[in-house]
Structures are given as structure tokens and as C-alpha cells.
Design a protein around this ligand. Structure first.
Ligand code: GZL
Length: 323
């Protein structure tokens, strides 16, 4: 009996010893708190961008505060002020237009909170107001659109191409730079003639309005439609068909973004060229925000790799676009 008690006592002592030796749970590193002001939900690009940022925040263990400004700059400014009050670690936002941010970004700077620009950029005299800009090279996108058209004009042996342009949100980076990139590229090509440039604000409904106006005014004079995003192109397409024209044949359609709906129409030959503008910026944002929090150096400008798709190529190999 005594021997049994001794064994039980020894076993209890061992348990007590082992329990006492458990390493203390390492306090988990507090997750990075990131405040993100999204400009709205105006297009498949934007919705895909929001979704990707939310998914990547989860994947990277980032605590995300997402705010949707519903296309209003004042809502973005108010959201940034809330992030400052909440004392997030990093603020990121996609500025709907380039001007009007100096005051609120100065408040963020005075609060010691670094700012990352996503997708679009701002015009400011104080470069210290943001630490990095992650987004497409919109000027290059305009150049790629024009390079496609130049090649198409050569192939078709055209000596004149009359172009209408449907532009994106006034004073936004993509609108200004896509326009500049395109027209700088064709500036010395006497075949290229601008009939008119109208603003569609990146919206499907406005794309339809713009093309109705342009078809009414120019009709079959139109050889090319250069649209700054798929949403406006998708709004224009049914109007072109309704007016009795065959899009992709009677008129060359060039668009930008590369969402699934537009890519499917490219495969049908109703759109001739789509320049990719990827919304999948979430990983780049999380990695940059974590580096900023850890005090590591980050690139001032980070461009994703993008390409142009043409209806003349084999598109059957294209994987699903995800937006
Ligand atoms: C471009 C982005 C543009 C898209 C549009 O990166 O800012 O805004 O091309 C979106 O679809 O509205």
C-alpha cells in the first residue's frame, strides 16, 4: 500500500512540475490596425478592389476599418478624420479626385499616422503627406490603348480614324493620365482625328448617355470609341446596337479595366481591345502597411504589372478575372 501511495505522490509531483514549466503564452503581437477609405462602388473594378482588400486583410491578419465614401470626397475626408481619432496605425485611401487633401493629410501627419495612397493619387506640394502610392500607371494604360489603335489602323490600311472619347471622373488621376497617354501617343499620327471628348464619370448609366449624344451628333462618322473604363463601355454597347451599328466592326471599341463581363464581350468581338487595370492591390497594400508600421523603407510608387488584351488573340486561355 505504501509503495502505491509513493508512486501516486511522485506522479502528482511530476505533473505539478510540468505544469509549472509551461512556457508563458507569448502575448500575440497586436495586429496592425489599418483604416481604409474606399471612394465608392461605381464599377466592377471598385467592387473587386474593395473585396480584394478585405480578403487580404484577413489573410495577413490585419485589423481593417473599411469605409465606403459613396463617390463623395467629403465622406473620405470625414473617414480619414475618424481614423485619426481612432489612432489607427496606418491610413490608406483611394482619392476620388487629385485636389483638396492637404488639410486632412496634414492632420494625419501631425498625429504621426502614415498614409498610403491606393489606386489613384493626389496633387500636393508637400510630398511628406503620404509615404507610398500603390496603383496602376494610368499614363501607360492610355499609351497601350493608342498603341493598339495605331497597329489596328496599319492592319486595316486606314488613312483616317475619327475618334470619340468617353472620359472618367473629372480631375481623377486615371481620367487625366489615360487621356494624356492616349493623345500624346497619337499626336503625330495624322490619321487620328478627335471628334469629341465627353465625360462619363466612370458610370455605366453615363456611358449610355454619352454614346447616345455622340451617335446623335456624329452617327456613322464615328470610327473609334475610346472609353476610360469597362463600366461606361458596357453602358454604351446596347445603345450602339440599338442605333443599328455592329460594335467591334462598324466601330472599334477600346476600353480599360478588364473585368469578366467586358472580357466576355471581347471574346465575342464586340469590344476590340481592353487595357488591363487590376483592382487586386490588397497584397501590395498589406505588405506595404506592415513594412511602414515596422519602420522599414517602402517604395514611393508601386505599379502592378498590366497588359492589353485584343480580340484578335486567343483568349480561350484567359483564367477567370475575379472582378
Ligand atoms: C483605375 C480606377 C478607375 C477604374 C474605374 O485604377 O481608379 O476607377 O478604371 C474606376 O473602373 O471607377
Amino acid at each position: 500500500m505504501k509503495a502505491k501511495l509513493r508512486v501516486v505522490a511522485v506522479l502528482l509531483l511530476c505533473c505539478a512540475f510540468l505544469c509549472g514549466c509551461q512556457p508563458k503564452q507569448q502575448a500575440a503581437e497586436p495586429a496592425l490596425v489599418l483604416g481604409f477609405s474606399q471612394l465608392g462602388s461605381e464599377s466592377s473594378f471598385r467592387i473587386g478592389n474593395t473585396k480584394d482588400i478585405e480578403e487580404k486583410a484577413k489573410a495577413y491578419g490585419v485589423s481593417l476599418m473599411m469605409d465606403n465614401a459613396n463617390q463623395k470626397q467629403e465622406n473620405q475626408i470625414n473617414a480619414i478624420r475618424r481614423f485619426i481619432a481612432y489612432r489607427v496605425d496606418v491610413i490608406a485611401f483611394s482619392p476620388i479626385v487629385e485636389e483638396g487633401w492637404d488639410n486632412v493629410l496634414t492632420e494625419a501627419k501631425q498625429a504621426g499616422i502614415p498614409v498610403i495612397l491606393v489606386d489613384r493619387t493626389v496633387k500636393t506640394s508637400d510630398d511628406s503627406l503620404y509615404i507610398s502610392q500603390i496603383g496602376a500607371d494610368f499614363y501607360r494604360e492610355g499609351v497601350m490603348a493608342a498603341e493598339y489603335l495605331t497597329k489596328k489602323a496599319d492592319e486595316l490600311g486606314k488613312d483616317k480614324l475619327r475618334i470619340v472619347e468617353i472620359t472618367g471622373t473629372e480631375n481623377s488621376t486615371p481620367m487625366k493620365q489615360r487621356h494624356e497617354g492616349f493623345w500624346d501617343t497619337v499626336a503625330n499620327d495624322s490619321r487620328m482625328e478627335l471628334l469629341e471628348s465627353v465625360n462619363g464619370d466612370f458610370l455605366r448609366s453615363r456611358g449610355a448617355e454619352c454614346i447616345r449624344y455622340l451617335l446623335e451628333k456624329y452617327g456613322n462618322q464615328i470610327d473609334v470609341i475610346f472609353s476610360h473604363n469597362d463600366e461606361m463601355t458596357l453602358g454604351a454597347l446596347p445603345e450602339i446596337e440599338q442605333a443599328g451599328y455592329t460594335p467591334g466592326q462598324d466601330m472599334i471599341l477600346i476600353s480599360i479595366d478588364g473585368g469578366q463581363e467586358a472580357i466576355d464581350l471581347l471574346k465575342e468581338g464586340k469590344i476590340n481591345c481592353i487595357v488591363e487595370c487590376t483592382p487586386m492591390l490588397g497584397s501590395l497594400l498589406m505588405e506595404t502597411a506592415q513594412a511602414v508600421k515596422e519602420g522599414k523603407p517602402v517604395n514611393r510608387v508601386i505599379h502592378p504589372v498590366e497588359r492589353a488584351f485584343s480580340s484578335d488573340e486567343d483568349l480561350s486561355v484567359l483564367p477567370p478575372r475575379g472582378y
